[in-house]
Structure formats: structure tokens, C-alpha cells
Design a protein around this ligand. Structure first.
Ligand SMILES: [Mg+2]
Length: 141
């Protein structure tokens, strides 16, 4: 059905042009790279939490635009149907993550710790025995 897990590899899409990979790069390393990029351009002055949260949402909208009006299945296959489209989708995802990491930089949020806490919270809200295979909100379980 979908392209979850490593199924995207079936698309024949490689990462041959990437120097950084998820498997070899820490969140802290990427945060430092994003921060250095902003500092070199003297952009920290513009990176208030308000502005970064709005930029993040705008980039999320650009990502969503690729799938507007698609069926769920079409959205799953679109990410591998052609390399040009996939590259554009990757760019929008990167924009979202970059703004999220710069938000963390500018607010002193430790992303890994925040995710650890939130996942624990989510696990309590969505116990496997009640949530497995269901898309209902925790208040409806
Ligand atoms: Mg963008």
C-alpha cells in the first residue's frame, strides 16, 4: 500500500549526492550548521520565535501544496514517480526542518529532549492496546 519505512528505496531513489545522512549526523550538528548559516548573514535579528514559527508554517504549506487534491494513495506514489518532483518535495521538507531547528536554536530548546518528553506523553495518551490500528484522537479512544 504505502511507502512507509524503507519502501521508498523501491523507487530507485538514491542519496548519492548527500554528504550528510540521518544515520551519520546528529541533531546538534545540523542545528550548528543552521545557526552558522544565519549568523554569517546576520539574520538572527530576524529570527524571533514569532517569525520562525510563521516561516515554518509557510514552508509546511509549500510542502502540502505538492499533494493538494491528491488521493492518499496518489500522495504516496507521487514522492517517487519522478526525481524532479521528489527533489522539490525534499526541499520543502528541508525548509520545514531547518526552520524548526532554527526555532530551537533561538529559544534554547533541546530538540532531542523535547521529542523524548513528547513521545512519552504521546505513549501515555495513545496506549498500544487502545490505539493500535485506529486513527481516533486520544479523547475518543
Ligand atoms: Mg520552501
Amino acid at each position: 500500500m504505502g511507502l512507509g519505512g524503507d519502501a521508498w528505496r523501491e523507487c530507485g531513489v538514491g542519496m548519492e549526492t548527500a554528504n550528510l545522512t540521518d544515520a551519520k549526523t546528529t541533531v546538534g550538528e545540523i542545528k550548528a550548521r543552521v545557526l552558522a548559516f544565519a549568523r554569517e548573514r546576520d539574520w538572527e535579528q530576524f529570527h524571533a520565535p514569532k517569525n520562525l514559527s510563521m516561516a515554518l508554517a509557510a514552508e509546511a504549506g509549500e510542502l502540502m501544496e505538492h499533494f493538494l487534491w491528491d488521493t492518499p494513495e496518489a500522495s504516496r506514489t507521487k514522492v517517487c514517480e519522478d526525481r524532479v518532483r521528489r527533489a522539490k518535495i525534499e526541499e520543502e521538507l528541508a525548509d520545514v526542518v531547518i526552520y524548526a531547528l532554527e526555532f530551537a536554536n533561538m529559544t534554547g530548546i533541546d530538540v532531542a529532549a523535547a521529542i523524548e518528553r513528547k513521545m512519552a506523553h504521546n505513549a501515555a495518551k495513545y496506549p498500544v492496546d487502545k490505539a493500535k490500528g485506529r486513527s481516533a484522537k486520544y479523547t475518543e479512544l
